[in-house]
Design a protein around this ligand. Sequence first.
Ligand code: BG6
Length: 474
Amino acid sequence: YKKNPIFPARFMWGASSAAWQVEGAVNEDGRTPAIIDLNSKTKTGYADNSIASDHYHHYKEDVELMKKAGFTSYRFSISWSRIYPDDSGVPNQLGIDFYNNLIDELVKNGIEPIVTLYHYDMPVWVDKKYNGWYGRGIIAAFDQYVRTCFKEFGDRVKYWLSINEQNMQICYGKWLGVCKNDETWFEDQWKVNNIMNVCHAKAVIACHELVEGGKIGPVPGYVPIYPETCNPKDQIAAQNAEELTEKVWNDFYAHQKYNGFIKSYWRENNIDPDIRPEDLEDFSQAKIDFFGVNCYRSNTAKYAAPDAEPKDYILNKSGEKGNLQFPVVPGVYALTNNPFVKTTDWDWEIDPVAMRYSLRYIWDHYQLPMVITENGYGAHEEVAEDGKVHDPQRIQFLREQIYQVGRAIQDGCEVIGYNPWSFTDLLSTGNGMSKRYGLVFINTTDSDVRDLRRIPKDSYYWYSNLIKSNGQDW
Ligand code: BG6
């Protein structure tokens, strides 16, 4: 690249994290378990989240490193069970204090907090009492929780995100712990999704009511789907896949109602998503202000004949089951490999153009500002003999992705920030500390906690220069 495109003034350059993946301190200051605490080790075989990156005890040091890098934003999530550890209806002051301290530290250092309300960590008490996302009782509990967040933190936090990757939680529900019954998930997923939509709507409504100048948006996991060939059947298959993994959600968020495709899909498959009149009332009031965009990769789809064998997983490079739920949906689509892009060790397509494509797609369809809330490169990494962490592949990945963000801005898209995954190393959803994403290394492994020292990687210094020149020095 000769020159990076120009980025707008006051662009939010930062990075991202999520509570259960960085905080640790799971039993401290009144926090009670979240479902993810129980699943994170037993399901994956990697380190659990009881210590994670120990951000709970290192937050000042972490913010100091953000400041030194020149961050102007930081995206993190709030742990629901720190704020409401039980069903007493009384918030936990010590949990509130932790986030107050973190937010104060960020604001003091000129870093805009971007806060996710829900990132996969449902309190166990909520799960038990309401049957997780299956029971409508969760709606009032969620509403109470988000209202408390807005009242406590809304004086300083102006950018809010509702539910992280709701589309992925449904599409990969069996893997992300949302699904409670594999047999009935085909229909259940749409009831669960409707309840999540009501919770999303409640958050949007409450934010606008309680946070002066507050803005709120959803955070879809956006994976553009390319057709395998120019065969019209592949094109429709790609559109089908796009609908069933992303567009149904994005249309809903932007237009505040279900689109024609999904209503017809429900009719054809005899699915009753249990949408109630009061839900429609909430949806009609839930006008979002922007889109959070999590974008890592692309996917490719091809025609699947009606009599094709259904498959709900694919094999990864090592021959293990991957985590895709619907790789072959007979008569609808089949996901397939893309020979034009390389992949990471975890089979994720390395496709910077997908970033430009995604931003243009969302902008063209919805005309709403976008902030990139996740994008990043997961890799095995270790401290080198010189005591540093050299991650040239991450620098290359970020450079190409940021270039494409700039191209999308040149194309006319309104992009207000870039917050890659992740600031420090943290627990990957499926691979613990073995799959590292951070700009800052955390000296810990899945089997040895070590000293949890923070070591900025080469990519940290590279990104810092880029930020300080507003995208020009790379
Ligand atoms: C996103 C999630 O889907 O992808 C993060 O919001 C997650 O929580 C990230 O960590 C990367 O995925 P993984 O499975 O490599 O950790």
